[in-house]
Design a protein around this ligand. Structure first.
Ligand code: NCD
Length: 319
């Protein structure tokens, strides 16, 4: 009997047991890839499999890290970021495009859609696993796992953390997925820092309320930095702003400046705390912060590739 396909669609689907197992596999995968690189080799555990990346929206890290992750596992990697030159430009539906790619026998499709729910739509018609690599302002489940893995690596724990999230929390899918996932671990609490109209959306707050997870909200950046274990900063998602948000920014041109972290702000954080960012940054973390040991966003990219290697293995039934 065939087992159900292992799609990755939402942070909702992961429980602490899954995360614990995944992180143990990721640690093993990390040791393997580092060993192979020392010998100028790539792994071959998934040779014979094909990963296809179908991206309807801009990406650097997610697109490339999935490509490298699969390559380090010995897979063949194909994909497109140029849907404007494909039949999508002629009006082909997402469903038909997924059926097309399925016809060429990939092992996994990594999809970055344009709208909330695109990954679920794709999963409905796909014969191979779909990995949601971001669907509009919906979710970014693999990012939330890499974010949590970064916390485990950098802080040694993913429980009892005060996680401060700042920036465009309304449109940012990374903070939405991460809040859902981190809320499943005991003792974690949140502070959301966002300008008016950019606050965390009510659906996420309702999930936290229901789970009895504590959170606070503020518009003042520096107040909570000294008490944070993790500061997770984000950019304004300018491609997805509502009219109200555009008006707010036009009326308050100093918003970006107010939500910029430099060394002065980062020095308010505890020495053992960590500053994370899904990247790209567009000025909201000054480059002067990069050498500070609290700045984890460069290492976060490496952990991202590792966790995606472990996720690809899980998707294909290896654990
Ligand atoms: C994020 C995204 O695409 O949601 N980037 C990423 O995947 N690392 C964050 C962003 O674009 O701001």
């Amino acid at each position: 009997m065939s087992r159900p396909l292992r799609h990755i669609l939402s942070a909702d689907q992961f429980d602490p047991d899954f995360v614990t197992k995944l992180f143990a596999n990721a640690n093993r995968t990390k040791a393997n890839v580092e060993h192979e690189r020392r010998h100028h080799r790539i792994g071959n555990t998934l040779a014979g499999n094909i990963l296809y990346r179908l991206f309807y929206a801009e990406s650097t890290r997610t697109y490339e890290s999935f490509g490298f992750a699969a390559t380090h596992l010995g897979m063949s990697v194909l994909g497109t970021q140029s849907v404007q030159f494909s039949s999508v430009a002629k009006g082909e539906t997402l469903e038909d495009t997924i059926k097309t790619i399925n016809s060429y026998l990939p092992s996994i499709i990594v999809l970055r859609g344009q709208a909330v729910g695109d990954a679920a739509r794709a999963a409905d018609v796909s014969r191979v696993p779909i990995i949601n690599a971001g669907d509009g302002s919906g979710e970014h489940p693999t990012q939330s796992l890499l974010d949590l893995y970064t916390m485990r690596q950098e802080l040694g724990r993913i429980e009892d953390l005060h996680i401060v999230m700042g920036g465009d929390l309304w449109n940012g899918r990374t903070v939405r997925s991460l809040a859902k996932l981190a809320a499943k671990f005991p003792g974690n609490r949140f502070t959301f820092i966002a300008p008016p109209t950019f606050e965390m959306q009510p659906d996420i707050k309702a999930i936290l309320d229901k789970a009895g997870v504590k959170y606070a909200e503020t518009t003042k950046v520096t107040d909570v930095l000294p008490d944070a274990d993790v500061v997770y900063w984000t950019r304004v998602q300018k491609e997805r702003l509502t009219e109200t948000q555009k008006d707010y920014l036009a009326e308050h041109p100093d918003t970006h400046e107010k939500y910029t972290l430099g060394l002065k702000e980062v020095k308010l954080m505890k020495p053992g705390a960590r500053l994370m960012h899904p990247l790209p940054r567009v000025g909201e973390i000054k480059t002067e912060v990069d050498p500070d040991p609290r700045a984890a966003y460069i290492r976060q990219m490496y952990y991202g590739m590792i966790i995606r290697m472990a996720l690809i293995e899980w998707t294909l039934g290896y654990e």
